[in-house]
Design a protein around this ligand. Sequence first.
Ligand SMILES: [Zn+2]
Length: 650
Amino acid sequence: MTSNEIMSLANTILYHKRKYYDGEPEISDEAYDSLEEKLRKLDPVNPVLFIVGTPEGGKITHDVPMLSCQKALDVEEVLKWSQGYDLFIEYKIDGLSLSLTYNEGRLVQAATRGNGVTGDDTTIVTMKLKSIPKTIPVRERIFIRGEIFIHLSEFQRINALGTESYSSPRNLAVGTIKQKDLSLLDKRKLEFFAFELIGFEEDKTLSEKANLLQEWGFQIAKIESLTTPSKENLSAIFLKTKREREILDFEIDGLVLKYNKADERNRAGMTAHHPKWMIALKFESKGKITTINDITWQLGRTGVLTPVAELTPIDVSGAMIRRATLHNREFVETLDVAVGDQVMVIRSGDVIPKITSVERKGQNLVTLPKECPSCGFLLIKEGVNLVCKGQDCKEREIQKIRHWIKTIDIKGLGLKNIEKLYDSGYLKHFSDLYDSRLTETKLVSLLGKNGSKIYQNIQQSRSLPFQLFLAGLGIESLGLQMGRILAKYFNSWDELESAKISQLVTIEGVSDLTAGYIIEGIHDPSLGKALLDKGVSISITQDRSRSAKSAKNDLLNFIGKKTQEHSKAYFNEDHDLGKKRSIYVTGKVPEMTKKDIKDFLEKNNYEWASLTKSLDLLVTGEKPGSTKLEKAKKYGIPIKTWDEFQAELP
Ligand SMILES: [Zn+2]
């Protein structure tokens, strides 16, 4: 048996272990035991055999609590704290803290920091990370703590695949660790910096301990050790690190400084909250501090609730910010954010408001809604989200209808009209748009004289390009971009319907998880099938004989071709084919040269123009120019991120 086969056997065992803990075993206990037996014979030291049997997804109480880190405002404060002691200085990594337990020389357990006392069990996931050694050459029970993170280049590579987009490398790392799809760990490269060794050589300096960790195969985030700290040398290190930040392939947000010598650490001791021998000095933030007045939970079409912070309005780099997303349930719990807290708000990419930290806690504890705000159904936790699974949830259905209408662009049916039709009982589901009961007369009687025009618009949407039809269904992970990819691979609905997961995952950019969502969604009789049954048809045109260029050009050509072929069907007056819309792109778009972008715009009936008053749209890539943004704001030109712009293309 080759090492590849051993690895695949180990993966099979991990898979079934996971299924067992999830309460969905696929094989009998005997069959499972015989798999383990087989592996034990082939590779008696395989790490999979040494996992401590706590249920994945359960909580683990840390043997030694994982405390917080106190923060210094400036170099002066660090100097005062240092008392002239020797210091050990590391990068402050923006990642996910993990505590690893080793016993008898083997990794036996891994857990996230959680609230510092108990964290989530991530043992099985951690076993799959190549950056974490599974064995070390000491037999004592010891703990190694560190930070999981992802390289910026890897972050860009994954986001460029376009299947799922993450707002930051940290979110991507956290998302990868916490989701249930173990196969993603083979496709995404997560890194680990060890920053603490507990329970071994406790009388040594931190420099010596760090050397030990390196010998055992860990990466460390050491910058340097410093004797006799002064204002000058601390400032120099801070400035040097700030410059390095621009070129490092991972995100850092400051320095962490620690007393290097053991006796000085022991003398300093700790509070209930943080060790006194450690302090962080963060880079100054461009953000502002404001108060959260309320947290509203907005229901989306998949039943997922998104928390939104209502803020005391504040000016952040030139724009008045009133609200900011809190992403999901887990973000709220991890950030420990509640009404009354003061939070730091930045504008990410200088555009989208983002809450990055809680600066001062208010009186309130974190509270999560228990019932769906729309239908009152009890909410359940699903992954990082809170989800409503109510069968008769008005808001969710309305969001689904709205998503269909927005995606395929039926004019005249805004939220108000959709609600009117929903309440009338004639539009309970988006396929009802094509129901014979919804006649022109009916629409006129319900919506007034515009009803006639709306009726015609609906009828015109009965024949749709494949990718629009797919994107409109509202299936998780199946947006326009994925719709285009699928439309390229499959010639008809029937062909897609009979596709297997194993077939989908061979397509570039489709993960196991995405493939699962797609298969599930395609077979949901209330989605595609419901529309086809009501007479909606898919128009397929595809030139299979085109010359094979690079995959990217191929896709760009394809998008352009489809756009021209189908533009008449769904372009509105604003997108009149004769008149190109003018766009200026500021900042870098990953994986695309300026020429790529120009070609792409050209094919989608846009042109790259200079930034004047008459410009139609400013699109921002990475690190957009601030003067361009200011100019666009002054002229009142709409601003969109590249992702938003792309997502709205037909
Ligand atoms: Zn509901």
